[in-house]
Design a protein around this ligand. Structure first.
Ligand code: SF4
Length: 408
């Protein structure tokens, strides 16, 4: 089924699961299609395109549910990591197409565009794909392949376009951005991309970054004010033996040093976020208690907690069969971790009361009310009429755990 000039445009609805890279890739696909009308998933559509995720068992179950819902309503094309996973389950007559580039070809769009049209006020740009870390629990290196960085001139071209469109902030994303450039012959690194993004756009937010990859150049850039005070640094466990079994390339003490060094760089405490896996197969009660203690000792503003779910084909899936943590215990550990992070999040928000900051307007949410995102990645409510994407200088206040911004 193709679309041709002069024909009624195809109505296409998109649903994206997973990370910022998937969101970027869906935008890429949208911008590459010709003569199509993009509609909401609640509307009637000729085609439903699902960009699926496989990072956890829960993510996969959500994708399967969505496919079941959409196959009753029309043609369904499923793409993304969900499809690339070995042995993914076929549902109804949904078509499984491994990559968005192939979906673009299937729908006669030709080459996939890199200059995606941006549906957000703070565009995400994908600077690389792939990962060669092979953490023992993770399926991503198998479904996303090796490191594949976008050359710097191509990123710069996109950044100029983003600046011309009037965006004030950019988010650098990828599967493993700390390894940006290692597959390129010209020696460019993440620091070069940060430098270019700051020069061209101004406000630069980093996607998830592994602690060993925050090198001296990046610390210096943070000191020079090139990077927004928001760092998402995955920890995964606060116990060294578990980190080793996970094939994570650092110890807790190294992680803590990076956080401490960054915290000292900024005038006010930056927002530190992290990811934690609860109930990894080798995680004993003692390891878990150490994890709770370690997290308790660090100034996290939020944390994402994932109860361990084995991913077929990974070393940790074998460990899980041999000696997994019982399901109820995993859930309990996840609950305790979430409770701890909720407390830290509330404390962090409270610490922002009275601080001034800059925030990008995301959307209008009511009569003279807007939602905006601060430098420290907080959602705030601002009274007044403001253009989407505009940058506001605000004074923050925290009431009942909610943040408000008063324009200055
Ligand atoms: S660094 Fe580890 S967790 Fe992150 S994508 Fe690579 S293998 Fe997965």
């Amino acid at each position: 089924m193709n679309s041709f000039c002069g024909q009624k445009p195809l109505k296409i609805a998109f649903y994206t699961f997973g990370c910022k890279v998937n969101l970027f890739e869906t935008d890429q696909l949208k911008s590459s299609l010709n003569n199509v009308e993009i509609v909401s998933c609640d509307d009637d559509a000729d085609i439903f395109i699902i960009n699926g995720c496989t990072v956890t068992a829960t993510a996969e179950a959500q994708v399967r549910n969505m496919i079941r819902r959409f196959v009753k309503r029309g043609r369904v094309i499923v793409t993304g990591c969900f499809v690339r996973k070995k042995g993914c389950e076929k549902i109804g007559n949904a078509e499984y197409v491994p990559t968005i580039a192939e979906v673009a070809r299937l729908l006669n769009a030709g080459e996939l565009r890199y200059d995606a049209f941006f549906t957000r006020s703070r565009p995400f740009i994908k600077i690389q794909s792939g990962c060669d870390q092979f953490c023992s629990y993770c399926v991503i290196p198998y479904v996303r392949g090796p490191l594949n960085s976008v050359p710097l001139p191509k990123i710069e071209e996109l950044l100029h376009k983003i600046a011309e469109e009037g965006f004030r902030e950019v988010v650098l994303t990828g599967i493993h951005i700390g390894k940006y450039g290692r597959d390129l012959a010209d020696g460019t690194t993440l620091a070069d991309v940060i430098g270019a993004a700051h020069r061209i756009i101004g406000r630069v937010r980093l996607g998830s970054l592994e602690s060993p990859e925050i090198d001296d150049r990046i610390f210096r850039q943070a000191e020079e004010g090139l990077i927004l005070p928001h760092w998402h640094i995955p920890l995964q466990s606060g116990s060294d033996p578990v980190l080793k079994a996970m094939n994570r390339p650092y110890k807790c003490s190294d992680f803590a040093k990076s956080i401490e060094r960054l915290a000292n760089i900024y005038k006010d405490l930056p927002a530190f976020g992290t990811d934690i896996i609860a109930g990894f197969p080798t995680e004993t009660e003692r390891d878990f208690e150490e994890t709770l203690r370690f997290i308790g000792s660090l100034p996290f503003a939020y944390g994402h907690v994932f109860p361990f779910s084995p991913r077929e084909g990974t070393p940790a899936a074998v460990l899980e069969k041999e000696s997994g943590v019982p399901y109820a215990e995993k859930r309990e550990r996840a609950r305790l971790l979430r409770e701890l992070f909720a407390k830290k999040e509330a404390e962090f928000k409270k610490s922002l009361d009275g601080r001034t900051d800059e925030a990008v307007v995301e959307e209008k949410t009511g009569n003279s009310i807007c939602r905006a995102t601060t430098s420290t990645y907080q959602d705030i409510e601002v009274r007044g009429e403001f253009e989407k994407r505009s940058l506001l200088h605000v004074k923050l206040s925290c009431r009942d755990g909610k943040l408000f911004g008063e324009p200055l």
